[in-house]
Design a protein. Structure first.
Length: 255
């Protein structure tokens, strides 16, 4: 989230030792039109071209974008701070740069479960989905209820979010999860799943293999059998998302 606390300097009365409590700094007041105008001014052709590319993770961003570098989106969010009404207005534009910004200035505590679900289902670009997951969904009070619901959803972005939340639970709070059943589903369903969903199902598969030695052999075997991301192009210094390689790399790194 884009909240930031700063200390407010005050003048103390002579002869007292009273201390003032830290106060939240106020962000710049900005209208939707002003925010969109600033985003447009930060647009970059090469970023637009990169965003437009489709790939193994899902479809490209389309034309409703300015192509703002992610670092510049963060700088603008730091300037605005939290502004829930503006965030909702930004999201409704459908512009992906506006939606990136919205995830950083929204107040997750003001979102109902239904509103959270509408945001998830309205995503059209997977990188926006990842920002929404990282900065909003993971902090939502009803994320576990939504996770369970989305694990049986036919909506690709809801299912994607469900598997991403489940992968997080595998790592941080696996109690109550039926890992064998998850592996059964992955083995049966991932091959025919939408590309957006495959990415987070694969994430869940890898996390099970990495963190649970009991299930590692089967997780690797499922990855080999399905072959998803086997030929995924990997930049120097990065790890392949092909589950057998990913699992073995992380296990070896952990020692």
């Amino acid at each position: 989230m884009a909240k930031k606390l700063t200390t407010m300097t005050t003048t103390k009365a002579k002869g007292t030792k009273a201390k003032t409590a830290p106060a939240k700094s106020k962000g710049a007041t900005m209208t939707l039109e002003e925010a969109m105008r600033e985003l447009k001014s930060l647009g970059n052709e090469s970023v637009r071209a990169q965003n437009a590319k489709s790939g193994p993770m899902g479809r490209g961003a389309g034309d409703n974008q300015f192509g703002v570098m992610r670092g510049d989106v963060r700088k603008l969010a730091n300037k605005i701070k939290t502004n829930h009404a503006l965030a909702l207005a930004l999201w409704k534009t459908g512009n992906i740069d506006a939606q990136f910004l919205a995830t950083l200035v929204i107040n997750v505590n003001l979102l109902s479960a239904d509103e959270m679900e509408r945001l998830v289902k309205s995503v059209t670009f997977v990188w926006v989905a990842d920002w929404l997951h990282s900065y909003v969904l993971k902090e939502h009070a009803d994320k576990e209820t939504l996770r369970k619901k989305w694990m049986t959803s036919d909506h690709p972005m809801a299912a994607r979010a469900g598997w991403q939340l489940t992968a997080g639970r595998v790592v941080k709070s696996p109690e109550g999860l039926d890992l064998e059943a998850l592996l059964d589903r992955i083995e049966k369903e991932m091959g025919a799943a939408a590309s957006e969903v495959q990415w987070t199902m694969n994430m869940c598969l890898a996390e099970i293999g990495i963190h649970f030695p009991k299930h590692r052999k089967r997780a690797i075997a499922i990855g080999e059998k399905l072959g998803i991301y086997r030929d995924y192009p990997v930049s120097k210094g990065c790890t392949s998302p092909f589950a057998p390689i990913w699992i073995n790399f992380m296990v070896n790194r952990q020692g």
